[in-house]
Design a protein around this ligand. Structure first.
Ligand SMILES: Cc1ncc(COP(=O)(O)OP(=O)(O)O)c(N)n1
Ligand SMILES: Cc1ncsc1CCOP(=O)(O)O
Length: 215
């Protein structure tokens, strides 16, 4: 296991999520972090174990330099090896199994799709954040059903950080923040942008741009 101290899950902002192999993966991650991303997830659905391990290890080090929590999608063993947290969906292991493998300090995030009941259950199981979506149709995950925005508002009452994901652009993001999203989870809007750092900064600025609004 890489002995890197994981920063805590605090605040609000951009949750940058990678989407499979690319030649400039490390530079892309670094650009998102330089643009102000506050959480980083390594998401690679391929089965190339060696490449995934090497990439996750390097990205965990980049995140540590920026003091940004590093999360691995799906793969608890890889999270353990690289000192990261993990994001779990309905096809993945239970929260308790991830917690037992990663320890009490690790971030364990969960997909709740559009279900407050699922969110309540996973909170009881020890999840650290609750992710909802797709909020809009997503070209990254085209079959993900779209969720109503008011689930974000309802989720606020559960007292954990609320993450919105799916089809988010700079033009449709503000309404999600206003509905209660603490984090906007973004794949294509930042990682397919010609200038990843600038794209991330534009989203990050949304969290600071309305000082008069009480959230
Ligand atoms: C922050 C965040 N939210 C949702 C997901 C989707 O997770 P899941 O439903 O397990 O689907 P895959 O990502 O595994 O295709 C996520 N990865 N991150
Ligand atoms: C992983 C995932 N889960 C629901 S939508 C989605 C993809 C989000 O990607 P994008 O930000 O490009 O729509």
């Amino acid at each position: 296991m890489t002995a890197l101290l994981q920063p805590r899950l605090t605040g609000k902002g951009i949750y940058a999520i990678t989407d499979g192999p690319r030649d400039d993966l490390f530079a892309a991650v670094e650009a998102a972090l330089a643009g102000g991303a506050r959480l980083l997830q390594y998401r690679d659905k391929t089965t190339d174990t060696e490449r995934r391990r090497a990439e996750a290890d390097e990205i965990s080090r980049i995140c540590a330099r920026y003091e940004v929590p590093f999360i691995v999608n799906d793969d608890v063993a890889l999270a353990r090896e690289t000192g990261g947290g993990v994001h779990l969906g309905r096809e993945d292991v239970p929260v308790a199994e991830a917690r037992a493998a990663l320890g009490p300090e690790a971030i364990v995030g969960v997909s709740c799709y559009g279900s407050i009941e699922r969110a309540r259950q996973l909170r009881a199981e020890g999840a650290d954040y609750l992710a909802f979506g797709a909020m809009y149709p997503s070209s990254t995950k085209p079959h993900a059903p779209v969720t109503a925005h008011d689930v974000l508002t309802q989720a606020k009452a559960l007292g954990l950080p609320v993450v919105a994901i799916g089809g988010i652009t700079v033009d449709n993001a503000q309404v999600l923040i206003d509905a209660g999203a603490d984090y906007l989870a973004l794949v294509s809007a930042i990682f397919a942008a010609p200038d990843i750092q600038t794209a991330t900064r534009r989203f990050a600025d949304l969290f600071d741009s309305r000082p008069g609004l009480i959230r």
